[in-house]
Design a protein around this ligand. Structure first.
Ligand code: XMP
Length: 333
């Protein structure tokens, strides 16, 4: 018999939205730190920091409330952008927050072996994170409280059936009924992204974090068509670094490099080279529900194509996506 679903508390609650305009950051920080420390009491709490805005804000709020009684982990899944684990741990260290980086690269790449279907790839990331890595850390830590960066849009999308079920304990492999005492604390559940960004600024996060462009949970695995391997991730990671460097000054919603599975014939050093294709995407959007490709200057496109083909061995073709969402999606997987 399959396990009955234990739905998260917030699905049944009336959550009172606080708009970015209404948000009094000082008051909110005071109230939430008080609330977190009264819930946790003398105990300890745990959280996973991804480097995105939501988990970064929650990490700082939690540390303001609990100090070293909040244990923060950064899971290196091997599919992050260039230098990301060191960069994020470094930023938080400067803010006085100790972050423990867990090297889980092998576990994630094992889970990707032979998986080519986009949804199964996403599932491999989710399962490995919750069951194999973070779930174990939660149990071993002895912490009974888990801080999560759920925002109101996540709740809406779960209710509407857009997002996969957001039942964290079940995903962690913990049965709250059997192992009584686990509690999830979601301090920013009344806010939307613009409110979280405002809060991040007030908490003293650097702008490179509170104004960060969206990045998908499945990370660079969402930007490799076909099976995800360490070699392919290395290529798309280099390509992403080049694209982000070249488009940084363009005020676009999101931009990315995608590594295609099909190879194409090219020429290198006067010889035929059956090589790799990179697709470039750059989007204008307000909320990611619809999006239009940015009309990038041709010179910019040429410069990026030049760098990608010169700096990444094996790349012989660069294309630019000119299809809006819908029917395209922002990511390629
Ligand atoms: P799509 O590709 O669906 O993306 O048009 C819409 C926005 O969501 C981001 N995205 C994700 N974010 N987990 C996330 O946290 C995911 O699995 C995921 N997939 C897509 C994407 O980067 C874009 O901003």
């Amino acid at each position: 018999m399959s396990k009955p679903h234990v739905y998260p508390r917030w699905l049944f609650m009336e959550i009172k939205e606080i708009t970015a305009l209404e948000l009094d950051t000082e008051k909110f920080i005071q109230e939430k730190t008080k609330e977190i420390s009264s819930i946790v009491g003398d105990g300890t709490a745990i959280n996973a920091l991804s480097g995105g805005v939501d988990s970064s804000v929650v990490t700082l709020l939690g540390h303001k409330a609990l100090g070293s009684r909040l244990k923060t982990f950064f899971i290196n899944n091997g599919i992050m952008r260039k230098g990301e684990p060191e960069k994020i741990a470094g930023i938080f260290e400067k803010l006085g927050v100790k972050v423990e980086v867990i090297d889980a690269r092998k576990k994630f790449f094992n889970a990707f072996k032979g998986v080519t279907d986009p949804e199964k790839k996403r599932e491999a990331v989710t399962q490995t994170f919750y069951k194999d890595v973070f779930g174990k850390l939660v149990k071993e830590s002895g912490a009974k409280h888990l801080l999560q960066g759920t925002i109101l849009t996540d709740v809406d999308e779960t209710v509407a059936g857009i997002k996969r079920q957001h039942n964290v304990f079940e995903q962690l492999g913990i049965d709250p009924k059997k192992e009584f005492g686990y509690k999830i604390i979601e301090p920013v559940v009344q806010l939307r992204k613009d409110g979280v960004r405002k809060l991040g600024k007030a908490l003293g996060l650097p702008e490179s974090i509170y104004n960060r462009m969206p990045f998908p949970g499945p990370a660079l695995a969402a930007r490799v068509i076909g099976e995800v391997t360490p070699k392919k991730i290395e290529i798309v990671r280099e390509a992403t670094a080049i694209v982000e460097e070249e488009l940084e000054s363009i005020k676009a919603f999101q931009y990315m490099a995608i590594l295609h599975e099909d190879k194409v014939t090219g020429m290198r050093d006067g010889k035929r080279d059956f090589g790799l294709q990179i697709e470039l995407r750059c989007w204008e959007s307000l909320d990611a529900r619809t999006a239009k490709p940015t009309r990038l200057p041709y010179e910019t496109l040429e410069k990026i194509a030049g760098r990608l083909t010169k700096e990444i061995p094996g790349v012989v073709s660069v294309t630019y996506n000119i299809t809006p969402k819908p029917p395209s999606t922002i990511e390629a997987v």
